[in-house]
Design a binder for this molecule. Structure first.
Ligand code: BTN
Length: 267
């Protein structure tokens, strides 16, 4: 089924969402979502694009969405879902929603590379960019932007990525119906949003983490590398590492990058 406004409205019917806007081409769905949020769009408004020309990734990187090859969408979230000190959970929400959507649409068992990249067979299939709009110290809205590579064409991009990418259909022997996958991700988002304040939310996010119990390195702002064993998550979604000296360290989502330690992968 082709992605267009009518088909989107049909497939997403019955989900607890705000407005739904489709664009065949945009710069970045996160930017469009921020504009709608500034005009007071309802909670859970969804912006979907078939192609992005200025898609953005974390840490100022570009994110490419060639026409018809991927899912690229953003969801506006109002701040009243959870207390401000738990805001990192919104980042985990994206990872859990994509994890659940992929799992219920395919027979694949993805993992979440903390905080919220989604991996299939150890390669990145989806990236999530959570952005917040503040006025003073008041959170006005959040935009959760999700990009998911589906066909081979999604990797037709002009740069080499520093974490090996993949696309969903590389792991399947059939084509993926993008609209069905989108519905299943948004269903997952509704489900995990209803549990966002629970301990089950953190336990589920933690249980899907890649490299748990393994030795990893954390790259902090491209300036510092920290080695340690990945133990899990604390209540606020911080990553708990056991350092080589046996000290328990906690890391905020911030601008931290995580990758497996290729040589001595396991302790
Ligand atoms: C990352 O892995 O660095 C995050 C990538 C996030 C990409 C999505 S695609 C939809 C939304 N619009 C954007 O410009 N970025 C996000």
């Amino acid at each position: 089924m082709e992605i267009n406004q009518d088909n989107l409205l049909k497939i997403l019917d019955g989900l607890a969402l705000g407005d739904i806007h489709y664009f065949s081409q945009v710069g970045s769905t996160n930017d469009v979502a921020a504009e709608y949020a500034a005009k007071n769009a309802p909670d859970l408004t969804v912006i979907v694009a078939d192609e992005q020309t200025r898609g953005r990734g974390r840490r100022g990187k570009k994110w490419y969405t060639p026409h018809g090859s991927a899912l690229a969408f953003s969801v506006i979230l109002k701040p009243d879902h959870l207390p401000i000190h738990q805001i990192a959970r919104l980042s985990g929400l994206g990872g859990l929603a994509v994890w659940e959507g992929i799992q219920s649409t395919t027979n694949l068992d993805p993992e979440i590379k903390w905080p919220n990249d989604v991996l299939v067979d150890g390669k990145k299939v989806s990236g999530i960019l959570a952005e917040a709009k503040w006025e003073g110290n008041q959170l006005k809205s959040m935009v959760l932007g999700i990009g998911l590579n589906i066909t081979r064409e999604s990797l037709n991009i002009p740069v080499k990525l520093n974490f090996e990418p993949t696309y969903l259909e590389a792991h399947l022997d059939y084509s993926v119906e993008r609209l069905v996958l989108l519905r299943n991700i948004l269903e997952g988002l509704n489900h995990w949003l209803s549990l966002i304040n629970s301990s089950e939310f953190i336990r589920q996010w933690e249980s899907k983490l890649a490299y748990r119990g393994e030795k990893i390195q954390l790259n902090i702002n491209d300036q510092e590398l920290i080695l340690g064993k990945l133990m899990g998550l604390d209540n606020a979604g911080k990553l708990i590492l056991l350092s080589e000296e046996g000290e328990e360290l906690r890391f905020d989502i911030g601008e931290i990058q995580l990758r497996p330690l290729v040589d001595s992968h396991r302790i």
